[in-house]
Unconditional design. Structure first.
Length: 395
């Protein structure tokens, strides 16, 4: 696999020169300054591409070319927005940038409740706590019918939390769940929004009455519309799984399991319609056997995110070491190196360590933590390459 790294553009404190020194081969980035829904012009794409190439690296993957909400819920302007998307794809194709990651999660891209959950060794990790999430939903957002989404035990914990949560605690929870994880990934809410909860309610209301089946049809409609341009320019589209892979906030989510993945691949069987195999996202759902999913979908995978989670009884989860947890990264490397060895791969979310916490990095995207993870994964890749060579010579 190609060793890539998610880099947030020329303002990223982690520079391309630093990345070359740690063995990165390809860059994963987006035109973060362009609003979701607007066209990516060739000139803007080329500016970014040249910048990366001037640093003797290549632009391997776009993550993300965001899909506007209206395309997801099927709003009146969706055809216009799909046309814009097609124009952006054509421009990317012309510039030779041909692997495009996107997601089809309504409203909220990825979700965590704690962005600095302390570990015993002094590092900190991302964490998802069901009771805290339910507290946000029932007590802060006050979503109608929210209580129906949770178990009696979770609701009991919410009651218990209510007696100790301060205004500052609630603010932090709002920031963790809907602000700090969103803006930098091209999501719907940014740090500048003054009333994130009010805005969030409005965004949610657009999905009133949209079922899983309807969302699936809207995804199919989008994919069918863009496949011709993908064929013309050999563009590989790869949807990111839901993170976490669960139904949340009464919203439909349709890329959470093997059955879901099979559905969208079959719905639009074109080989340019593919998957971002995000091992960490999939691993947070106990219904997913991650290596088994990798074996099943390696052929339609276009991009790999390697990380793992540790899931606790009751479903809370923490981002684990890249060598531990339930994703089984070692086996995943074996599978992808054998089945689809040219894939771009990046390590994903890593702990804050050795001063990362003071740097203000985007949540999950530390430098030292990711560098350690890349070193670990590189070691696994070298081991697997050696295993494969040994097998070959014994034949
Ligand atoms: C989070 C990321 C996601 C991902 C998008 C792709 O860390 O993995 O935000 O980039 O869902 O569209």
């Amino acid at each position: 696999m190609e060793k890539t790294w998610r880099w947030f553009g020329p303002n990223d404190k982690i520079t391309l020169d630093m990345l070359r020194q740690i063995g990165v081969e390809g860059i994963v980035t987006s035109l973060h300054h362009i609003k979701a829904g607007d066209v990516w012009e060739e000139e803007e794409i080329m500016k970014m591409k040249r910048f990366i190439e001037d640093h003797r690296l290549r632009w391997s993957v776009v993550e993300s070319l965001p899909v506007s909400e209206s395309i997801k819920y099927g709003g009146p302007d969706r055809d216009q927005l799909i046309d814009n998307y097609i124009t952006s794809l054509r421009n990317l194709g012309r510039c030779g940038v041909r692997t495009i990651c996107y997601n089809f999660m309504p409203v909220l891209d990825w979700a965590r409740t704690d962005l600095e959950h302390p570990n015993p060794d002094g590092t900190s990790s991302l964490y998802f706590d069901h009771a805290e999430f339910a507290y946000f939903d029932c007590r802060i957002l006050k979503r109608k019918g929210a209580a129906d989404s949770y178990t009696p035990e979770t609701l009991r914990q919410v009651e218990e939390m209510a007696s100790r949560m301060t205004g500052a605690d609630e603010k932090r929870l709002v920031e963790n769940i809907i602000v700090k994880t969103q803006g930098f990934v091209g999501g719907n809410i940014s740090e500048e929004d003054l009333d994130p909860v009010g805005l969030f309610r409005q965004l949610l209301s657009r999905f009133d009455g949209i079922t899983r089946d309807q969302l699936r049809l809207n995804m199919k409609y989008f994919l069918e519309a863009i496949m011709p341009v993908c064929n013309e320019y050999d563009i590989q589209m790869c949807v990111h799984p839901d993170d976490p892979p669960l139904q949340i906030l009464g919203l439909p989510r349709i890329v959470s399991s093997g059955e879901d993945i099979q559905w969208f691949l079959d719905a639009v069987p074109d080989s340019h319609n593919g998957l971002t195999f995000c091992a960490g996202s999939l691993s947070a759902g106990l219904h997913n056997d991650v290596p088994q999913l990798a074996r099943r979908f390696a052929g339609r995978t276009k991009f790999v995110h390697l990380r793992s989670t540790q899931v606790f009884p009751g479903g809370n989860f923490k981002e684990a070491s890249h060598l531990g947890g339930r994703a089984h990264v070692i086996e995943l490397v074996r599978i992808f190196e054998k089945e689809n060895p040219a894939l771009p791969m990046r390590v994903d979310h890593a702990p804050l360590m050795l001063g990362d916490e003071k740097m203000g990095y985007n949540a999950g995207y530390s430098f030292h933590g990711r560098m350690l993870a890349l070193g670990q994964v590189e070691g696994v890749m070298a081991t697997v390459a050696d295993e494969m060579r040994m097998q070959y010579t014994q034949l």
